[in-house]
Write a protein that binds this ligand. Sequence first.
Ligand SMILES: Cc1cc2nc3c(=O)[nH]c(=O)nc-3n(C[C@H](O)[C@H](O)[C@H](O)COP(=O)(O)OP(=O)(O)OC[C@H]3O[C@@H](n4cnc5c(N)ncnc54)[C@H](O)[C@@H]3O)c2cc1C
Length: 452
Amino acid sequence: MTDTATETTGTEELLSDLRAWLSDNWDPDLTVAQWWERLGLAGWAAPGLPPNAYGKGMARSDTVLVHQEVGKFGALGPPAGLGLLLAAPTIAAHGTQEQIDRYVRDIVTGQKAWCQLFSEPQAGSDLAGLQTRAVRDGDEWVVNGQKVWTSGGQYADLGMLLARTDPEVPKHQGISYFAFEMLQDGVDVRPLKEMTGHALFNEVFLTDARVADSALIGGLNNGWAAANTTLMNERAGLGSGGGSAAGGGLAQPGTVMGFLSKRVGDVVAPPAAAGVAGKSDSRTQQPGGALGAMRGGAGLLIGLAQSRGVNGDAGVRQDLARLYTLGEIGRFNGLRMKAVKEQGGDIPGMPNVAKLSMSQIVRLTRDLGLRISGPAGMLHAYDSDDKAALKHATGDPFAGGITEMALFAQAPPIYGGTDQVQRNIIGERVLGLPKEPNNDRVTPFSELPKNA
Ligand SMILES: Cc1cc2nc3c(=O)[nH]c(=O)nc-3n(C[C@H](O)[C@H](O)[C@H](O)COP(=O)(O)OP(=O)(O)OC[C@H]3O[C@@H](n4cnc5c(N)ncnc54)[C@H](O)[C@@H]3O)c2cc1C
């Protein structure tokens, strides 16, 4: 096992290299695009990626420290979102070097924003039951079907598309994974409004949309393997708190949001505020946004309990201690995983355990936050004017924020695979328990019964 002293020295060296690099390179007068190009090509936007994919091959726990350090320095953090979190590591693992240079470069430099076109109305937990079809037409594929819950689809340049390319084989074997251009005829993105007031996710209708054969990631009918890499990164990222890809500012990647040509000094958060998630503008809201705020839960809620004078309440204190403990266990598990990986090992199921633990943190933060807030926790504002009015009327800087977190708390235990699905995976793949009996793995997809 790596001893703590070595680990601390390695991490300190890394952070001091980063600080030196930031001193030489950070310039608030650059455009966002110019800054992200510097950050991304130097390997600091996604240091967890391998060196041939614009990274530095760092452990996940170190990448979180890197992003925090960029925020503390007062520079704009890496381009947040699903490109960096999911598409880049998947393409780095399954794509050719030509695909890495075509897609990952644009992700780490923030040129392109991505969404995840996996879930369908009849295929969420049973993702391999997806029915969107891709049919070959020369050097291209023609895609028809419907996706749903597509986070950020309305702002994405590209999507990680799972489509069925062979219905005559068992369901896991006939799926392919494409880097799919969103900005084309045949793609109809319709935002879905949530009870938070934001429209984070969308329905996406695909009608004779096209994707090039050269955009096939990981080979024909091998999409399930690539999809699993995406899902493992999603669970590990969400579980470790990296889901928001630590922003440190308000800029979002891609050609649709319009941040690339802005002066970077105008969009970076001041160092004191960097890392505070849960921004009020729905255009900047990512799955990790409210989640990031929930993960800062113990510190945030201790402050709230003190300001409300309930920090002496034994029940509140006990739950605050539980919340803090869960956060610390998550942090220690991250360090444990790093140490084991440095020895060439692995801890099977750890991303699933991390995601389950995150769900627990989210629910506890919701319940405790509302309990501390009292009746004010029932008040919610849907736009920035109402938010300001609510804060003014209550004299409470937290007003609305806790409620927004509580309303969003239903989501994290669902996305990236529900709690029940995480438990199934741990049971079957880690503990070796028998699978539920079914014939999915042998029967051609076309012969399986389907919902209407
Ligand atoms: C905020 C948010 C953002 C999302 N973003 C995206 C995105 O960007 N891209 C994308 O592709 N998808 C996204 N999703 C979709 C998400 O991955 C699915 O909602 C999730 O996989 C569950 O699928 P479902 O909603 O179809 O529920 P279902 O699969 O229908 O599940 C319904 C219930 O049945 C339970 N269940 C199902 N199967 C089993 C089983 N075998 N054993 C035990 N219990 C079971 C589930 O746990 C759940 O409680 C997002 C979801 C949310 C909430």
